[in-house]
Write a protein that binds this ligand. Sequence first.
Ligand SMILES: Nc1ncnc2c1ncn2[C@@H]1O[C@H](COP(=O)(O)OP(=O)(O)OP(=O)(O)O)[C@@H](O)[C@H]1O
Ligand SMILES: [Mg+2]
Length: 337
Amino acid sequence: MEICDKLIIGQSPAIQKIKNLVRQVSNSDLNVLICGDSGVGKELVAQALHLGSHRKEGPFVKVNCAAIPGELLESELFGYEKGAFTGADRRKKGKFEVAHRGTMLLDEIGDMALFLQSKMLQVLQDLQFSRLGSKKDVKVDCWIMAATNQDLDVRIREGLFRQDLYYRLNIIRIFIPPLRERPEDIQPLIEHFTKHFTENTERPLFRLPAESLEFLQRYPWPGNVRELKNVVGRLMLIGDWETVKRELSDRNTTLIGREFVSSTSAPLTNGPELVQKKTFPPLKEVKKKAIREAESKLIRAVLEETGWNRKQAAKILQISYKALLYKIKEFNLDPTE
Ligand SMILES: Nc1ncnc2c1ncn2[C@@H]1O[C@H](COP(=O)(O)OP(=O)(O)OP(=O)(O)O)[C@@H](O)[C@H]1O
Ligand SMILES: [Mg+2]
């Protein structure tokens, strides 16, 4: 079986389209941006691209841009010379050099600090850079992929992501929809994970009760395929469908509340416990409030950083001077007023 079919399980039109795209671009070396919610399989798709390419014998290096603070991430990516900064007691290769002749996955790229985004923009042009504390250029040959579970358009609008970097990364875009939008994939995924958990064990192959599939196809899977994998693992361990069903129903009412119930048109025959009345604010309202808070926080931080130099701040935020003045007023940020 071909590597792509072996790794990426699913028969929904969305997954078939993704698999075709993976096959098409596997040897292209074009920058790839993989988007989708947490747990949908972004890293898996990156691996499938790598393993289907001429780079498959080379390294696959993943760097999580959200987990490491900016300065540290810079030295992690580009490496450093001895004495480049306090604590640099020996020369260290960066991840880009480690990924030479292979693939580099910049994971959670949406969270990369702005100063590093500018640097990345230059580096992506010719894959040439220097280690921190060195003037000598290093050139690497690696395939660049990036993944994110954030809406980069929103990040760009908020001034937290550079549009030019977005264009550079977004040459091939692969969007993986959430699992709840592709219920056809649930059954093959359950079979796949059941086999996976039975492999190398003496256990007989586990069979789910017939009525469970419909329930699992309707469950909204906030944690996507990762959650499904864990649920299958748990089911096989405790072997009791009713318990797992109850757990999922509880999880669902806490996480999604009535959204799930009201968004499904057919009445739920499988879980009356899902129809619990809880009140939640409209999503639009929460979104608006969160955006305002994030905007106000960022603008304040940039103003403080620039010593309230509004022109410079507007430049950093990539908005017009006038727009910034308006926002300062709107959010009541000026301490002298
Ligand atoms: N289509 C699929 N077929 C088989 N396994 C899958 C599929 N999609 C996801 N998985 C499995 O689900 C788990 C989560 O996938 P992965 O780590 O690639 O998600 P992700 O999108 O990178 O998540 P995050 O945003 O949290 O990093 C992994 O164990 C992966 O192998
Ligand atoms: Mg991931």
